[in-house]
Design a protein around this ligand. Structure first.
Ligand SMILES: N[C@@H](CC=O)C(=O)O
Length: 318
């Protein structure tokens, strides 16, 4: 049976960070704070936990299940929780999907097998991975398109075959090649009108906003109200409004996502959540490292300039 149209992610789908206590354990009280705050925004349609922003691969299997359970609890199950499914082998990824489902996940974001990043993959292997994980676990899946510069990116034929599978209901597209974006998204949409297309180009969202049903982004942790407005402006094809929101967010985008690498973005998200009063500190797990001294102040200033500090809720410009 097709999973298409079962879960509606047409809006903002933040990928929450996983808060830790100062001594490195999972901070479930902070998860409840973060999840209930994000879930309080009408345009937030789902929470994708245990992704890159959630440091999902740095957690044990038991910790992963407990994070899913706490995020489900944070909105009393009202907002669907989707889990990152990241293990390399198809069989173990299917087991991971089953554990996620048992913990309360309503869907999975299936990552490419990690080794493909370096070596590439055999023709048909990505299609087989999506089919097998869905058939073995029953967990509805989001297709995850990696950047064109990696060997784990999927060409258009591969995307089309995965998108047409009954277990796949949405695509998170992070191709970061605008020639491919502009030519492939219309083709995929035409063949799969029910597939939900979500951008994940955190560091430059504007261009992708006019072609999508929503955004599945770590950025959603820290500026949900402005990103919801940006998605709405994109859907209305209102470039002037979208551009104004983009410009307002630009200092935050630079402070969080234009650092050395996307990995630092995760640490920066935690600092930004401190400025919003949701987290008390920005503890991360290695291999993530703290940002350089002063980065917290830069991030706080950027958040303030965008009107996103906790004592001054952001007003959405008309
Ligand atoms: N936004 C990033 C990181 C998320 O998983 C991406 O493009 O993949």
């Amino acid at each position: 049976m097709s999973t298409k149209n079962k879960i509606d992610l047409r809006g903002l789908v933040p990928a929450p960070v996983t808060p830790f206590t100062r001594d490195g354990a999972i901070d479930h009280a902070a998860i409840l704070r973060l999840g209930s705050w994000l879930g309080s925004f009408k345009g937030v349609k789902g929470l994708v936990v245990l992704g890159h922003a959630g440091e999902g691969t740095f957690l044990t299997a038991d910790e992963q299940a407990s994070v899913i359970e706490s995020f489900v609890k944070s909105t009393d199950g009202r907002v669907p929780v989707i889990a990152g499914i990241t293990l390399e082998g198809t069989g173990v990824a299917a087991q991971e999907a089953k554990r996620a489902m048992k913990a309360g996940a309503k869907a999975g974001l299936l990552y490419p097998s990690h080794g493909w990043l370096r070596f590439g993959y055999q023709k048909g292997a990505p299609q087989d991975r999506y089919k097998a994980v869905y058939e073995e676990s029953g967990l509805p899946l989001i297709l995850f398109q990696y950047p064109d510069v990696t060997k784990a990116t999927y060409n258009l034929d591969t995307l089309m075959e995965i998108a047409a599978q009954p277990g796949v209901f949405a695509m998170k597209n992070g191709v970061r090649n605008m020639r491919r974006w502009d030519t492939e998204i219309p083709v995929i949409r035409k063949a799969n009108p029910d597939l939900q297309v979500l951008t994940c180009h955190d560091e430059y969202l504007l261009h992708t906003m006019f072609d999508v049903d929503g955004a599945l982004v770590g950025y959603g942790n820290i500026a949900p109200e402005l990103l919801i407005a940006l998605i709405e402006a994109g859907k209305a094809q209102d470039y002037v409004k979208a551009r104004a929101l983009h410009d307002r967010l630009l200092p935050v985008t630079k402070a969080v996502y234009h650092r050395g690498s996307h990995m630092e973005g995760t640490v920066a998200l935690k600092h930004a959540l401190v400025t919003r009063g949701i987290l008390d500190h920005a503890t991360v797990r290695t291999p993530l490292l703290p940002l350089q001294p002063g980065a917290d102040v830069e991030i706080a200033e950027a958040m303030k300039s965008a009107g996103l500090v906790s004592d001054k809720p952001a007003a959405i410009a008309a």
